[in-house]
Design a binder for this molecule. Structure first.
Ligand SMILES: NC(=O)c1ccc[n+]([C@@H]2O[C@H](COP(=O)([O-])OP(=O)(O)OC[C@H]3O[C@@H](n4cnc5c(N)ncnc54)[C@H](O)[C@@H]3O)[C@@H](O)[C@H]2O)c1
Length: 313
């Protein structure tokens, strides 16, 4: 069933590249969501991605009690990006964002960062997370990782009877900006990391090949790379008892949640665990609260996960 309010796909005038915005819902307020920039095999793959991700943003805002709806945008990279081309496609995308008249407000996502938001701002006021020296809150990776750590505490209490993961084996799949901060926030745990990018292997933590990350016997698995990693096939071989991570849309489809429950594996939905970034950004940039107050709101994810897992019992 079609449940989105709008999907707009445009060919950029400057760049000739395809960019798109999916507005899932504005019922709770203007829709927010990141701008993803990456190559896709086919345009239809990008459309599928933007539709799923925008719906997940609605769920994320709802779960976090934020008065916003969900949206997402995608810039489809179809050739090597020079700095000029990157700028052109961002400006094209900013034109598209403006067509929504404030109903869609963009932030960074995979492939974009605060410097790109600065380029969007040349054309549209509807871009969050500018670099701090330009008055924004910069990268949201820190608050996102903090939110995952809060979710981990509550879930660990539920599964292991203690919020403390000291001595427990934690596998983190995706050793990028959020994955690394989660690893550093779990002092005392036995951390094993995994990444398709071998250059991320530093020797500081244990290492497992990405193909094995979901099979390794562990107490906790943290999906921190890409979506669609929990499928009927992967769930059959999962080696962890608890799954909590920031990667968006971890399940290949909703039925996988039932398969996890059948195997007795506790999974905290990604739209709950990964909300720290959006909670922090909106608290600072829309509500104008200070850093500490915004972090306290992020820490509220712990109580949200307690409620969620309590209800499931
Ligand atoms: N950064 C945020 O504030 C934020 C907020 C909400 C959700 N998320 C989600 O969390 C995840 C991580 O975000 P990030 O900002 O750390 O991204 P990132 O790009 O910094 O890191 C992702 C890492 O995953 C690795 N990777 C890619 N495919 C992989 C695979 N198949 N197996 C193992 N590793 C793989 C990449 O090499 C990279 O090092 C993403 O799914 C993102 O959408 C991030």
């Amino acid at each position: 069933m079609w449940e989105h309010e709008q999907l707009v796909v445009r060919t950029g005038e400057r760049s000739g590249m395809t960019t798109m915005v999916a507005l899932h819902s504005t019922k709770a307020g203007p829709a927010v969501g990141g701008c993803r920039m990456k190559p896709y095999g086919r345009i239809t793959d990008a459309v599928t991605d933007v539709l799923r991700l925008s719906k997940a943003m609605t769920l994320k805002c709802e779960a976090a009690g934020i008065p916003h709806g969900g949206a997402k945008s995608v810039i489809v990279i179809d050739r090597p990006l020079t700095p000029e081309l990157r700028r052109d496609v961002l400006l094209d995308h900013a034109d598209l964002i403006n067509e929504f008249g404030g109903a869609y407000r963009a932030g960074p996502d995979v492939g974009t960062g605060p410097e790109d938001m600065l380029v969007l701002r040349e054309i549209t006021p509807h871009a969050y997370c500018l670099p701090e020296e330009h008055g924004g809150t910069g990268s949201s990776s820190g608050p996102t990782a903090r939110g995952v750590l809060a979710a981990l505490k509550a879930a660990s209490q539920h599964v292991f009877g203690t919020p403390d993961l000291t001595g427990r084996k934690v596998v983190i799949s995706g050793f990028g900006s959020v994955g690394e901060l989660i690893a550093r926030g779990l002092a005392g745990a036995e951390i094993v990391v995994s990444d398709v990018d071998e250059s991320r292997r530093t020797g500081e933590f244990g290492w497992v090949h990405p193909d094995e990350a979901y099979r390794v016997e562990a107490d906790v698995l943290v999906p921190a790379a890409v979506g669609g990693v929990l499928s009927p096939e992967t769930v059959r071989h999962l080696g962890a008892k608890l799954i909590v991570g920031p990667a968006n849309n971890q399940l290949t489809d909703d039925s996988v949640a039932g398969l996890l429950a059948e195997r007795g594996i506790v999974w905290v939905p990604d739209h709950v665990a990964s909300a720290g970034g959006v909670i922090y950004t909106l608290a600072r940039e829309d509500d104008g609260v200070d850093h500490e107050t915004a972090l306290k709101r992020v820490d509220g994810i712990e109580a949200a996960v307690h409620r969620l897992l309590g209800e499931r019992q």
